[in-house]
Design a protein around this ligand. Structure first.
Ligand SMILES: [Zn+2]
Length: 350
């Protein structure tokens, strides 16, 4: 069945000094996520104003990357001597290696089980230089980690893979890395997503995720394309700037993903990152939302979300302020439809 996208449009009016104090009307688009009912403010006109904060000062960034190279704990000359090791009962070899990717525990755990995955030996990698193989190896190392965790602790069924790139996204180390997190206690956003997906299934007798992809394909204005078994779109009510969402058809948990699914996720991710680079974005967050490991759920499909963050530059401004941090109101600039129109070429080259 088709999904309904609800939006309430209001207008703010001011006498603008930018327009000789003539009346100016700005659109405040209150959108609601069709599944979770989480609301977001879409402010189309503001993108022009915030562009200067999104753009990174590339010289400032080069200084960070160059100055941290000699002491980087993730570079090849240090990663096998300085990074922590897993305990022998979990990983007898101490670390997990898949291709170029090296996986080891986080020095300070953020979760009951927290691994870092360094996907490449290269310290200075720009978004348009990231390759699908690097993500595939990192995903495989994360999945191997979850498998080993569960063979010791079968009660651990909630798992996610995240990526924070550069300081504006919360990363303390410039060398690209992912994190694999797991616990028997669910991650809040995943718990809510699973509950909402189940409620939709019970009410409609259908999967929200199947209906979402069908509806977005039919409407077309936010649908981007497909990489293998993975559909890509810009969500109607995004949580962040330039947000893109991927849905892996018919796979509810990370341990169900095939090699081909991982390739599909990695290929799409690389396309989004190329667009980000061309749009002067340098910093991003990404997450994979998974259902419980070891369970097959008809009402949930794994999905990935990626958002851009503000630029790395002197006089840096955070894109998270009291509105998001303390009031729980998300806002995005530009619209998901505009983002999709620019991104579509990256999914249909030529
Ligand atoms: Zn490095």
């Amino acid at each position: 069945m088709g999904i309904r996208f609800e939006s309430t449009v209001r207008q703010a009016r001011i006498l603008s000094p930018l327009n000789n104090f003539e009346p100016v009307t700005q659109t405040i688009d209150h959108r609601e996520d069709p599944l979770t009912h989480r609301r977001v403010l879409v402010l189309k006109e503001r993108m022009e104003y915030v562009k200067r904060f999104i753009e990174t000062d590339d010289n400032f960034l080069s200084e960070l990357v160059d100055s941290t190279a000699s002491t980087c704990p993730f570079c090849p000359n240090s990663v096998l001597t300085k990074s922590p090791k897993f305990t022998p009962e979990l990983v007898p070899e101490g670390r997990i290696q898949v291709g170029e990717a090296v996986c080891f525990p986080s020095l300070f755990a953020h979760e009951d089980f927290n691994a870092i995955v360094v996907p490449t030996r290269s310290h200075a990698l720009q978004l348009n230089q990231m390759q699908p193989s690097m993500f595939v190896d990192a995903f495989k190392a994360s999945l191997r980690y979850f498998e080993l965790v569960r063979s010791n602790s079968p009660e651990v069924k909630f798992a996610t893979i995240i990526m924070n790139f550069l300081p504006p996204a919360g990363s303390t180390i410039a060398h690209s890395h992912l994190q694999a997190l797991a616990s028997d206690i669910p991650f809040q956003s995943i718990e809510h997503l699973l509950e909402a997906s189940k409620a939709y299934w019970d009410l409609n007798g259908a999967s929200y995720w199947v209906d979402l992809v069908e509806t977005e394909k039919r409407l077309g204005e936010r649908y981007l394309g497909k990489t293998r078994n993975v559909d890509w779109l810009t969500p109607f009510a995004p949580t962040g700037l330039n947000e893109v969402q991927a849905i892996v058809k018919g796979r509810s948990s990370l341990n169900q993903l095939s090699g081909d699914d991982l390739e599909g996720l990695a290929e799409g991710l690389v396309r989004v990152l190329r667009y980000y680079h061309d749009a002067w974005v340098r910093s991003f967050n990404a997450v994979i939302y998974s259902g419980p490991l070891g369970q097959i759920l008809d009402h949930f499909d794994i999905n990935l979300r990626i958002v851009s963050r503000y630029g790395y530059k002197p006089r840096f401004v955070s894109d998270v302020w009291a509105l998001q941090y303390l009031l729980g109101e998300q806002e995005v600039y530009g619209s998901p439809e505009e983002t999709a129109s620019k991104l579509r070429d990256y999914f249909h080259p030529g």
